[in-house]
Write a protein that binds this ligand. Structure first.
Ligand SMILES: CC(C)(COP(=O)(O)OP(=O)(O)OC[C@H]1O[C@@H](n2cnc3c(N)ncnc32)[C@H](O)[C@@H]1OP(=O)(O)O)[C@@H](O)C(=O)NCCC(=O)NCCS
Length: 151
């Protein structure tokens, strides 16, 4: 049976491990050591939360969220990472992870939760339509990036 729980600070190795698996499968950058260090940093911030889906002692899925504030919507959240191990997909695990994350964000005073879908994610996993079936809406907004390094 799958259980969902919020990760505690001491779960940094577990969080780093499942994020490393996610990033390796999807070809995202980051070594396991780098991702382990980021997991520790992530869990040290009270504005962040990670939720782990576990079956017995093994972690089979993860959702991470951050919260922030803007004058347009007040406090709001971003779903940063969502991953379920291939052998556990299509059983509602990711949907349960999103609901657990959304409930925590609501408890923190967030009025909305947003997610960024990359063109690659859309091609590989049809993520836009997957999120639309889970209550997200496409407002037609664009995300623009500017590097702040090496100026
Ligand atoms: C996208 C991803 C997280 C989905 O995980 P998942 O656990 O398979 O998702 P779910 O099981 O909740 O939903 C998948 C399907 O199973 C169905 N399902 C089966 N049993 C279900 C149940 N008991 N409860 C809810 N849904 C169930 C759902 O209806 C859903 O069908 P739909 O896509 O037609 O709506 C997973 O494919 C993944 O990890 N992909 C790679 C990483 C990735 O791209 N992450 C997103 C980054 S933003």
């Amino acid at each position: 049976m799958i259980s969902i729980r919020r990760a505690a600070p001491e779960d940094a190795p577990v969080l780093g491990g499942i994020i490393s698996r996610f990033f390796a499968e999807e070809g995202f950058p980051g070594t396991p050591d780098e991702l382990l260090a980021k997991a520790g940093m992530f869990l040290a911030e009270s504005a962040n939360a990670a939720f782990l889906a576990t079956e017995e002692d093994s972690v089979v899925g993860v959702a991470t969220v951050t919260t922030t504030f803007g004058f347009e919507v007040g406090r709001y959240a971003e779903l940063e990472d969502l991953y379920v191990a291939p052998g556990h997909r299509s059983a509602g695990v990711a949907s349960s992870l999103i609901e657990a994350a959304a409930a925590w964000c609501r408890s923190q005073g967030c009025g909305i939760i947003e997610v960024v879908v990359t063109p690659e994610g859309d091609q590989r996993h049809h993520l836009t339509s997957w999120y639309l079936r889970r209550g997200f809406s496409d407002e037609g907004r664009h995300i623009l990036w500017r590097s702040l390094g090496d100026d």
